[in-house]
Design a binder for this molecule. Structure first.
Ligand code: NDP
Ligand code: 8X3
Length: 250
């Protein structure tokens, strides 16, 4: 039975992955959410929730993540797989009109969040010479698009960190995988547009975007390769999307 920790598990990819892993019957899960009510709602909705340990944490806050991780019960340790999924985009303004507060939130969540969790979980993997870290990047980490500026920069950083940790951990047998999806319909755009659902819906109008399940299946694929195989990177889009700018004519 492997133990998998998923950050941002109450929504989107993280939530779909939690369901998918429990369906297999092969995993114990540590799921995180930012507040108790979101965490409780998630845990209540999950099947086999005796195999689930919930943790409230904000990936931006290293000290609180440290405390929360120290309190994970023994039967949910060691953590075999860390899925650095929590992340977000805020707005699509050109840089000269950007909101500095939005920038801080994206940088602290998408970059420092990955650093914090990896710093906290990897030492035990290093000691055991075994483990798998899966970072959720984005096509925004491989290219840029109008208004994507800071979000794209954070996901480029996730790509760099995925490759850098792959090298750092090479001698310890730890696998590092970056999964980079294109447009997927989750809560992502609602968050990006500060709760404006009509504006968010427009992003996915007229074509079939990726679903959270599509991404969760791909994460599961990477997770279930034999120990001598490391999927370094997967870039995936829906069929209608070529890159961050080109989506099939509606
Ligand atoms: P969702 O908005 O549905 O889920 C994001 C999750 O991250 C939520 O659980 C959210 O919590 C959590 N989160 C955000 N900030 C923090 C924080 N500071 N601390 C802890 N948790 C936090 O979006 P997705 O499932 O789509 O996004 C998951 C990942 O995939 C992100 O890294 C995103 O950048 C990336 N991605 C998304 C794509 C898409 O088109 N949807 C495509 C490519 C990559 P809360 O509910 O409290 O906000
Ligand atoms: C989310 C996908 O295309 O909005 O990372 O950057 S995109």
């Amino acid at each position: 039975m492997k133990r998998v920790m998923i950050t941002g598990a109450n929504s989107g990819f993280g939530r779909a992955l939690a369901f998918k892993l429990l369906e297999t019957g092969n995993y114990f899960l540590i799921v995180t959410a930012r507040d108790t009510s979101k965490l409780q709602a998630l845990i209540t909705s999950l099947p086999q929730n005796t195999r689930v340990h919930g943790v409230v944490l904000d990936v931006r806050d290293f000290e609180s993540c440290k405390k929360a991780i120290e309190q994970i019960p023994e039967n949910f340790r060691p953590i075999d797989v860390l899925v650095n999924n929590a992340g977000l985009a805020l707005e699509t303004r050109p840089l000269h009109e950007g909101d500095i507060n939005d920038w801080d939130i994206m940088i602290d969540t998408n970059i420092k969040g990955v650093l914090h969790l990896t710093r906290l979980i990897a030492p035990d993997m290093v000691a055991r010479r075994e483990g798998h870290i899966i970072n959720i990047g984005s096509i925004a980490g491989h290219e840029v698009y109008a208004g994507g500026n800071v979000y794209c920069a954070t996901k480029h950083a996730v790509k760099a960190l995925s490759q850098a940790t792959r090298v750092d951990f090479l001698d310890y047998g730890i696998r590092v995988t970056e999964i980079s999806p294109g447009a997927a319909e989750t809560n992502f755009s609602i968050t990006r547009f500060h709760g404006d659902k009509a504006r968010a819906d427009k992003v996915y109008e007229g074509y079939a975007p990726l679903t959270a399940e599509d991404v969760a299946e791909t994460i599961l694929f990477a997770m279930t390769r034999p120990p001598h195989v490391c999927i370094n990177e997967i870039i995936m889009t829906c069929t209608a999307q070529f890159n961050g700018r080109i989506v099939r004519e509606k």
